[in-house]
Design a protein around this ligand. Structure first.
Ligand code: URA
Ligand code: SF4
Length: 267
């Protein structure tokens, strides 16, 4: 067992070499925060190494926790349907979560989803960062506020910026945020549900468009996109109030030595 630092982080559990099989395997033993104690298993990301788009949810739900796979429950079904509708093949995309263990409250026999804390999100971020380093997606889609804030900082508002192609991030040539597919299931009535599904599909269409536009630009795209940095309002992440959890905001840890040039953007 690696020596643990004072604050919760998955960092000591990462393998020395970053490959998907090594990461997936190492994540099984992660004790980077307290969430591993009650969950059934780590639910790591899934998808091909050459995926051009990565979807990031919040954390596994009850069914994902049991299956060990992301987005296989009711939210996953909504997600799959929307992808299908706009012609994105799920088997070609990489799907993961900001937090890799299910956090819940036990109520009788039921396990009720409980929101991960900013500290837990920060603790788990090395896994997400490693997944991004391996996959190098052209487009990363944050599904819901937790994923969006993990990547874009605590002041990012999905409601204000959903569906926008965000060019200046340390993560990928294009980052986009939309609502979490579980919100489609919570719509209060049929009309609202229909509208929510339509809006989600619209965002997935925007994702598809970005995928098509960025295709073939290869791995030089991020550098090309970096010039826009100063123009992005929420880039002023440092201006957040004295938030004890500020560590969880947009900045990425420094690249490990030997990381390829592209990863300078993570610094
Ligand atoms: N919700 C998520 O955010 N991720 C999953 O994998 C399932 C439900
Ligand atoms: Fe590790 Fe993330 Fe699980 Fe916490 S939630 S134990 S950091 S994998």
């Amino acid at each position: 067992m690696p020596a643990l630092p004072q604050y919760p982080t998955a960092e000591p559990f990462l393998p020395a070499k970053l490959t998907l099989p090594l990461l997936t395997d190492a994540a099984k033993g992660c004790e980077g925060c307290d969430l591993h104690k009650h969950a059934t298993q780590t639910v790591f990301g899934e998808g091909p190494k050459d995926a051009r788009v990565m979807f990031v949810g919040e954390q596994p739900g009850d069914q994902e926790d049991k299956a060990g796979k992301p987005f296989v429950g009711p939210s996953g079904m909504m997600f799959d349907r929307a992808l299908d509708k706009v012609g994105i093949d799920r088997s070609e995309v990489y799907v993961t979560n900001a937090v890799k263990h299910f956090k819940f409250e036990q109520r009788g026999k039921r396990r009720i989803h409980s929101k991960p804390s900013a500290r837990q999100i920060a603790a788990c971020k090395p896994w997400l960062k490693a997944e991004v380093e391996v996959i190098k997606p052209d487009v990363i889609v944050a599904l819901g506020a937790t994923a969006a804030q993990a990547m874009l900082g605590g002041s990012f508002k999905v409601t204000q910026h959903r569906g926008e192609a965000i060019r200046d991030t340390t993560w990928a040539p294009c980052v986009m945020a939309t609502v979490h597919p579980s919100s489609l299931l919570r719509a209060p009535d049929e009309a609202a549900r229909h509208a929510a599904i339509k809006a989600f599909e619209e965002d997935m269409r925007a994702v598809k468009k970005q995928m098509d536009q960025l295709k073939g630009r290869g791995k030089r795209a991020p550098q090309a996109a970096r010039g826009l940095a100063e123009k992005v309002a929420w880039a002023s992440r440092a201006s957040r109030p004295s938030d004890p959890d500020a560590k969880s905001s947009g900045e990425m840890p420094k690249p490990r030595s030997g990381a390829r040039a592209r990863h300078a953007r993570h610094a």
